[in-house]
Design a protein around this ligand. Structure first.
Ligand SMILES: [Cu+2]
Length: 155
């Protein structure tokens, strides 16, 4: 008569216990939605602007347009203009327009400015950034440049 061999439990891979899973979820909740990488892809990213970053526009009325990669909540987004003397002025964001754009208008004198934007994307996340640009005197002429002299070519 043979005795049955003692049953050996197969080694089980360590699985996260329920309490450990709960702890991880609690940590994620504490970190907040802005810090969870899985949802970061939907943040609004600036894809184009007028004035362009580092660009130059003529003095006078300037139409500001910021375009993003996703729809934004215009009512909870803002554009602040930093003037050459560092004074900050919040620009009125136009109510109408494409859902992925912010638009505003300002009349600007020559100098160095920065547009400081903050937008709320439709996923509930806020992004912000700066766009430095220059306002040049209207019809600014390069030194020595004038109307091109008439030339006779090919003779
Ligand atoms: Cu997001």
């Amino acid at each position: 008569m043979t005795l049955p061999k003692p049953h050996r439990a197969a080694p089980r891979p360590a699985a996260p216990t329920a309490s450990r899973v709960r702890a991880m979820l609690a940590l994620a909740a504490l970190a907040g939605p802005g810090l969870v990488p899985a949802v970061a892809a939907a943040h609004a990213v600036l894809v184009a602007s007028v004035p362009a970053t580092g660009g130059s526009v003529d003095a006078g009325p300037v139409a500001v347009t910021l375009r993003y990669n996703s729809r934004i909540d215009r009512g909870r987004s803002k554009i602040t203009l930093l003037r050459p003397d560092s004074a900050a002025e919040r620009l009125a964001v136009e109510a109408d327009g494409p859902a992925d754009q912010l638009a505003a208008a300002a009349t600007l004198a020559p100098g160095a400015y920065t547009l400081r934007w903050q937008v709320l994307a439709t996923d509930g996340h806020i992004t912000r950034g700066d766009i430095p640009f220059t306002v040049a005197p209207p019809n600014a002429a390069m030194p020595g440049a004038g109307p091109a002299p008439a030339r006779t070519a090919g003779n």
